[in-house]
Ligand binder design. Structure first.
Ligand SMILES: CSC[C@H]1O[C@H](OP(=O)(O)O)[C@H](O)[C@@H]1O
Length: 369
């Protein structure tokens, strides 16, 4: 999407044709800085430290991490080491495992001399495909917004709540949850987005607000605890969130707090949709609560908050009483029964085995029974 009128993807090749440039998302929204990754180790660090984040972008970065590894050493040993290093960075987003498995399938059969070009080509293909998948998600989600707009008084915006950041910054471009919102806005449908700040990393306040603002989409940042209150008062017409892993039966892992929004939406009759590209579906599992690994991140993310100080510097300050224990589960699981529907690149379906198999018979064939 565009920043100050200039189009960007979130990941691209440097002028030298081999380093991989990413936007440092830990610096947004106050600084727009890029980082050129020159090794699989640097790619792994970028994923682990959330310089890049968002399930599809994690997968894309890992794919290029394999290409960087092959450029340094195209041996089987180096390939296995890179796959292990990158695979160990973050446990929840299944796109990471999906991208690495795809890179392994493409690279392993090749002679070392052919591996670098093939790896870079496959990583580029993963990125191009993600752009197309997310644009298609936008197209399939747009009618949902249009239908609600048609039922509202002329000029009244469709009020959409979203959690965390599932925008173009979380993908290669377009985003997942925000893609229908961008298309609705661009089509002239009045929309307004309630942006959950999304503690502790504040991806909503820092990233979703940043990208919606850059695109001119009206939005209001709210505390994570305000969403239910707004739904009770009829101020939310629709909830659209992203996901890091959705099971073959439609259980949804997403940023911590998503489950609470789904409960509030269910209690208030607010449609709750999850937007996802098919690489975010884990066909090997059905029970999300039992089988999706939930990342536990460092306690410092809870005890400290980064922001722009009065002197213009970005600093972290402690917000928790010294000596208090903290816990930091980074995701939770929303059971399929609380999900109104899944917005995918092939259409909208029920959050169920039948719904997903109906859209993806080619992928569901090996799904967990
Ligand atoms: C389109 S995937 C976005 C998904 O990823 C985020 O997690 P994180 O920022 O930790 O990578 C969040 O769960 C978003 O919904």
């Amino acid at each position: 999407m565009k920043i100050n009128g200039q189009h960007y993807r979130t990941i691209w090749l440097a002028q030298d044709g081999w380093r991989v440039v990413v936007i440092d998302q830990t610096r947004l929204p106050f600084r727009f800085e890029t980082v050129a990754l020159g090794s699989s180790e640097q790619a792994a660090d970028a994923i682990r430290n959330m310089v890049v984040r968002g399930a599809p972008l994690i997968g894309a970065t890992a794919a290029y991490g394999v290409a960087l590894a092959m450029r340094a050493d195209a041996s089987d040993t180096a390939l296995d080491a890179a796959l292990a290093l990158l695979g160990a960075t973050r446990p929840t987003a299944v796109n990471l495992r999906w991208a690495l498995a795809r890179m392994r399938r493409v690279v392993t059969p090749l002679a070392p001399a052919a591996r670098v070009e093939a790896a870079y080509g496959e990583a580029a293909a993963i990125c191009d495909e993600d752009v197309a998948l997310c644009r298609a998600i936008g197209g399939h989600g747009l009618p949902l917004v249009r239908e609600i707009a048609a039922r509202k008084p002329a000029g009244q915006p469709v009020n959409i709540l979203t959690h965390c950041n599932a925008g173009w910054i979380a993908t290669v471009d377009w985003g997942t949850a925000l893609a229908p919102i961008y298309l609705a806005h661009d089509a002239g449908i009045p929309v307004h987005v309630w942006v959950d700040e999304t503690r502790p990393r504040n991806q909503g306040a820092a990233l979703t607000a940043y990208e919606l603002g850059a695109h001119g989409v009206p939005h209001t940042v709210i505390t994570d605890n305000a969403g239910g209150h707004l739904m009770q008062r009829g101020q939310v017409d629709l909830v659209i969130v992203g996901t890091d892993r959705t099971t073959a039966a439609g259980d949804v892992a997403n940023k911590i707090g998503t489950y609470l929004k789904a409960l509030a939406a269910h209690d208030n009759g607010v449609p709750f949709y999850v937007a996802l590209p098919s690489p975010t579906i884990d066909w090997s599992i059905r029970d999300g609560l039992r089988d999706i690994p939930i990342e536990e991140r460092a306690g410092r993310e809870v005890t400290h908050l980064a922001g722009l100080a009065e002197d213009g510097e970005v600093r972290a300050v402690r917000v928790v009483a010294p000596g208090s224990a903290v816990a930091n589960p980074a995701f939770d699981v929303t059971p399929a029964r609380l999900v109104t529907g899944l917005i995918t690149e092939r259409g909208v379906c029920a959050a169920s085995s039948e719904g997903l198999a109906g859209l993806f018979p080619d992928l569901a064939c090996g799904a967990a029974a």
